[in-house]
Ligand binder design. Structure first.
Ligand code: MN
Length: 231
C-alpha cells in the first residue's frame, strides 16, 4: 500500500548522553498547578487538576547545548513564557493509582508552554476552547529527556526562567499542587496513557511577555538547561 503523500515524521526527543531517541506520542499539559501562578491568573489555587493538549508537532526540539529558534507567532501581541517540568511516560496504562504512577515515568525534561495570552484570555471570556492560545506551531520548546534514574532530584528542585539574563520565574517543583504521581493518576482516568506521552506539569508564578530577539533560559536543577531565542 502506498500513502497518498508522505506521512508525517515521528517527532522525537534526544536523550541525555544516549544515542537513541524518545519518540513522542501525545503532549498533555496541566493547567494552574502552582498556587502562586493560579493566584496571578485570578484563581484560588485549590481546584482539581485540568488538562489540555498540544499536538506533538507543536514541539520545538532543542538539543542539549544548542539554542532553539522560535518564530514569534501570528495573531498575538502578548506571547507569554511558562517554564515547566516535563514528564516523559515510558509505560502506558489507564486508571493508574498514585502509588503505582512512578512506574510509568521514563524520564524528565524541561519545557516551555508558550502561550498567546491575549487569544487565550479572549477564548476564556467567551467560554470557547483555548487551542488557538496554546496549541500553535512551536508552542512547546523542549529539551532532551533525562532518564528517571539520573534525575531523582527533579521532584524537589529549583525551577527557573530568565529572559535576557534577568530572572522572571523562580520556584521549586516541590510546590506542584498535584505532584507527578497524582497528575498521572488523574490524567490516566481520562485518557489511556501511552509510551511516548509527555506531560507538561504546569508553571510557577512570574509568567510574562517576550519579544523578538529575547533569549529565554529555562532551568530545573538536575536537568540540562533549555535555551530558546524568539526570532
Ligand atoms: Mn502551562
Amino acid at each position: 500500500m502506498d500513502y497518498l503523500f508522505p506521512p508525517p515524521a515521528v517527532v522525537s526527543l534526544p536523550i541525555t548522553a544516549r544515542p537513541d531517541r524518545f519518540p513522542v506520542h501525545r503532549v498533555y499539559c496541566v493547567g494552574r498547578n502552582y498556587e502562586d501562578h493560579a493566584k496571578e491568573m485570578g484563581f484560588t489555587g485549590r481546584e482539581p487538576p485540568f488538562f489540555f493538549l498540544k499536538p506533538a508537532d507543536a514541539l520545538l526540539v532543542v538539543p542539549e547545548g544548542e539554542t532553539g529558534s522560535m518564530a514569534y507567532p501570528t495573531l498575538t501581541q502578548d506571547l507569554h513564557h511558562e517554564i515547566e517540568l516535563v514528564v516523559a511516560i515510558g509505560k502506558g496504562g489507564n486508571s493508574i493509582r498514585p502509588e503505582r504512577a512512578m512506574e510509568h515515568v521514563w524520564g524528565y525534561a524541561i519545557g516551555l508552554d508558550m502561550t498567546r495570552r491575549d487569544l487565550q484570555s479572549d477564548m476564556k471570556k467567551q467560554g470557547r476552547p483555548w487551542c488557538i492560545g496554546k496549541a500553535f506551531e512551536q508552542s512547546a520548546p523542549v529539551g532532551p529527556v533525562t532518564p528517571m534514574a539520573e534525575a531523582q532530584r527533579v521532584l524537589s528542585a529549583e525551577i527557573a526562567l530568565s529572559v535576557n539574563g534577568a530572572d522572571r520565574q523562580r520556584s521549586t517543583t516541590a510546590k506542584l499542587i498535584w505532584d507527578v504521581a497524582e497528575t498521572i493518576a488523574h490524567l490516566s482516568n481520562a485518557w489511556t496513557l501511552q509510551p511516548g506521552d509527555l506531560i507538561f506539569t504546569g508553571t510557577p508564578e512570574g509568567v510574562s511577555a517576550v519579544s523578538r530577539g529575547d533569549t529565554l533560559v529555562g532551568r530545573v536543577a538536575g536537568l540540562p538547561s533549555l535555551r530558546v531565542q524568539i526570532v
